[in-house]
Design a protein around this ligand. Structure first.
Ligand code: ZN
Length: 201
């Protein structure tokens, strides 16, 4: 298995709407295994295709509510009730914010064998489902942030030198990362969740 390179905000692939997966072959199964391994490597609880440069409708999840899995071609349904909570993203290293989400969500799709999958949950699990499905439409949590939080996070993103941050991270992790992936961008933020600092403001 391979640790994949994580794309960061500013990379067009994160803003591109993904295509359905139509071929369920060995290559897809390898992708699922690599995405899971990459997600755990960076302490994420979810990872979507575009985050590893794959513009396809797929995400993995794990370390959340005792669950692990993947969904291909997901269709999201959400409840009406809102939830409060913080959120971050492996593709926006080091930043997190209060992000409005619905409290309940369900995703219907298929697995890597093209068999039906249905998962649902509340709270953090529902937040993950909404966050990861957003990625497949070229959306990121920073688009959902409102008010003062929005101003703060947009300022922080403008100010952030992601290339420099990445270079520093790659420097630290040179044996595993840069030798395998050249000038790739990988982040390893502290904490967890969508790569991040669960609930932190
Ligand atoms: Zn994300």
């Amino acid at each position: 298995m391979t640790i994949l390179t994580i794309r960061t905000v500013g990379d067009p692939v994160l803003r591109t709407e993904c295509e359905d997966i139509t071929v369920f072959d060995e290559q897809l199964r390898t992708l699922v295994a690599d995405m899971l391994e990459t997600m755990y490597e960076v302490n994420g609880v979810g990872l979507a295709g575009p985050q590893v440069g794959i513009s396809k409708r797929i995400f993995t999840y794990g370390n959340i509510a005792g669950c692990e899995g993947h969904v291909i071609n997901p269709v999201l349904t959400v409840g009406e009730e809102d939830q409060e909570g913080g959120e971050g993203c492996l593709s926006v290293p080091g930043l997190s914010s209060e992000t409005p989400r619905k409290n309940w969500a369900k995703v219907i799709g298929v697995d890597m064998y093209n068999q039906p999958v249905e998962i649902e949950g509340e709270g953090l699990f529902a937040r993950m489902l909404q966050h990861e499905t957003d990625h497949l439409y070229g959306k990121m949590f920073i688009d959902r942030v409102v008010g003062e939080d929005k101003k703060r996070i947009m300022r922080a993103i403008r100010a952030a030198q992601y290339n420099d941050v990445s270079a520093a991270v790659i420097g630290e992790r040179a044996p595993q990362v840069s030798s395998s992936f050249g000038a790739g961008v990988t982040s390893k933020p502290a904490g967890s969740a969508f790569g991040f600092l669960g609930g932190a403001k």
